[in-house]
Design a protein around this ligand. Structure first.
Ligand code: AMP
Ligand code: ZN
Length: 112
């Protein structure tokens, strides 16, 4: 997707603060963090949102969700963290490439 900023990050055409990468997933720091630690886990493949996922994405989604606590722990979020997936305009999604927010640290995040 030529106009997708997260595809451009995957392709190395835009910079990111990379935290983790494997053949299917990329994780980087959100550019406007909600909390001391704010990571975005994305699939390298362009998937618009959770609403476009099908049973064929089951393994990918499971890998994303299992990566979240591992990276949260590695970033010192020992007392807990929040995960968030905004889906569609009505769900507050601004970047239409599937991503899971993982954030925490500092004061407990209770407002979202
Ligand atoms: P959402 O509302 O779930 O679509 O959130 C998109 C998130 O992407 C926001 O928290 C933005 O701060 C973040 N974001 C947008 N552009 C970049 C970028 N170039 N690098 C890192 N994070 C970004
Ligand atoms: Zn994309």
């Amino acid at each position: 997707m030529s106009d997708c900023i997260f595809c451009k990050i995957v392709a190395g055409q835009l910079p990111c603060s990379k935290v983790y990468e494997d053949d299917e997933l990329l994780v980087f720091h959100d550019i406007h963090p909600f909390a001391r630690v704010h990571l975005l886990i994305i699939p390298k493949a362009h998937i618009v949102s959770l609403a476009e996922c099908t049973p064929e994405h089951e393994r990918l989604l499971s890998r994303i969700m299992l990566l979240a606590p591992r990276l949260a722990k590695e970033h010192g979020l020992d007392s807990g963290f929040k995960t968030l997936v905004n889906t569609g305009r009505g769900g507050g999604q601004e970047v239409f490439h599937l991503h899971v927010h993982v954030f925490g640290g500092g004061d407990p995040v209770t407002h979202i």
